[in-house]
Design a binder for this molecule. Structure first.
Ligand SMILES: NC(=O)c1ccc[n+]([C@@H]2O[C@H](COP(=O)([O-])OP(=O)(O)OC[C@H]3O[C@@H](n4cnc5c(N)ncnc54)[C@H](O)[C@@H]3O)[C@@H](O)[C@H]2O)c1
Ligand SMILES: [Zn+2]
Ligand SMILES: [Zn+2]
Length: 409
């Protein structure tokens, strides 16, 4: 079968690989009809998330049809149409039963290993991912959620990771009615965080990024947009909130954050030096190729801005991904102003049924949030376009015979 395979930093290929088989009684094999590329996949290829094993199939977002089930999968049948939870959870350990499926005790690396997920580094399994024609889904009775006919693949694929993560991010931000919220990053996660914050009653949502097409999609959702190469985002947020700052901030950027390259927020030589030092530690090996696979040039920029934008006693939610070697957080600034900080990997399974209901009932149409579409291209080209931060929602084909994979925003 065809699959997108990680060969090394800056080196991914569409390869022919062996089809997966049932290995455990709780496994299922799913034939993918849609897959997508997430900002997390880019961290691996850019080298800002280390520990990927060459040969691992990438991707942790998928929709498909159940092809085969193990004998202990009792809630599904062959032929069921399903969305796959990105994180792998047993449903039985104390973490899973508390709704903390992203810290399931059954990570093959042991109880202290943290989140297990598809298509990730060694410490996350490793498990082969979902940018493939077929995938093995462990604990399929928990990780697969059946789809009603009224929800199409384009809507369902966003329930695999993006929408649950954004909603989780808004919950971690402790948003209550009337709050002002700043969201850093207007990729797919940031855009869905805007919608989630509004669902929780936020009155004003500020959205910060530097890509005009993404800021326009944020504006279309009702966010007050700030282009950080044109304005200083902190000065602007303080001015627009009467000097108070925002009640809640969400980091939907992560380790590949970039610093301003124009405008009044341009950084000093010392800031630049400090960022270079941080980048060297988080991405010891990179493999730039022309315009592609450049890591962000300021790993702690979004975090720092999020702390600076907050009102005293505000809440910071971090869902942007940072690798274990990332050690820079403005702790003093946060401490001195009594901020609350919540963070982590999304326990997808906890949110999927609820968000699926919202989509199935027409309350939220994910395809109306990611509106900027580009024509069909090949999967590696889609990765490259997404990495270059080009505008648009690029639909990609894994292989002529296989289902389509899609890339968001
Ligand atoms: N915690 C989880 O469970 C989870 C799940 C999915 C994705 N993620 C993470 O969420 C983050 C966003 O994912 P995505 O798919 O939307 O990625 P993305 O790469 O599409 O979006 C990131 C956006 O941040 C913008 N950005 C860069 N530097 C910035 C800065 N200093 N200030 C404001 N914006 C800045 C970029 O221009 C880009 O639009 C990634 O780090 C991804 O790994 C986490
Ligand atoms: Zn993801
Ligand atoms: Zn578990």
């Amino acid at each position: 079968m065809k699959a997108v395979v990680f060969h090394g930093v800056g080196d991914i290929r569409l390869d022919d690989v062996r089809e997966p088989k049932i290995e455990e009684a709780t496994d299922a094999i799913v034939r993918l009809t849609a897959s997508a590329i997430c900002g997390t996949d880019l961290h691996f290829v850019r080298g800002t998330m280390t520990g990927m094993k060459p040969g691992t199939i990438l991707g942790h977002e998928g929709v498909g049809i159940v092809e085969e089930i193990g004998k202990d999968v009792r809630n599904l049948r062959k032929g069921d149409r399903v969305v796959i939870a990105s994180t792998i959870a047993c449903g039985t350990c104390s973490y899973c039963r508390a709704g903390y499926q992203s810290q399931c005790d059954k990570n093959p690396n042991g109880k202290q290993a943290g989140t297990a997920f598809f298509g990730g580094p060694v410490q996350s399994g490793p498990f082969d991912g979902l940018q493939a024609e077929f995938a093995r889904v462990p604990y399929a009775n928990v990780g697969l959620v059946k789809l009603p006919d009224g929800v199409n693949d384009d809507q369902a694929i966003l329930l695999s990771d993006i929408f649950p993560t954004a909603y989780f991010g808004a919950e971690l931000a402790e948003i209550t009615p009337g709050d002002t919220v700043a969201i850093f990053g207007c990729g797919a996660v940031g855009l869905f965080a805007i919608v989630s914050a509004q669902m929780m009653g936020a009155d004003r949502v500020f959205a910060v990024d530097t890509i005009p097409s993404r800021l326009e999609m944020a504006r279309a959702q009702g966010a007050e947009v700030i282009h950080f190469d044109e304005e200083d985002p902190i000065e602007t947020i303080l001015r627009l909130t009467d000097g108070i700052g925002v009640d809640r901030a969400i980091d939907a950027v992560g380790v590949d954050a970039v610093r301003p390259h124009a405008g009044p927020a341009k950084v000093t030589r010392e800031d630049k030096k400090e960022a270079e030092k941080q980048l060297e530690a988080v991405a010891p090996k990179t493999n730039e190729d022309g315009d592609n696979w450049h890591p962000g040039d300021a790993p702690s920029q979004a975090l720092t801005w999020a702390v600076q934008a907050l009102a005293k006693a505000g809440t910071l939610s971090i869902v942007g991904v940072y690798p274990p070697q990332m050690k820079w957080f403005p702790i003093g600034m946060a401490m001195m102003r009594n901020l609350t900080v919540n963070m982590g990997n999304c326990p997808h399974r906890r949110y999927m049924p609820k968000l699926l209901d919202l989509v199935a009932s027409g309350v939220v149409d994910p395809t109306k949030i990611l509106t900027n579409r580009e024509p069909l291209v090949s999967v590696i080209d889609a990765y490259k376009a997404f990495d270059r931060r080009l505008p648009g929602w690029v639909k990609v084909e894994l292989a002529p015979a296989a289902g389509a994979a899609k890339k968001a925003a």
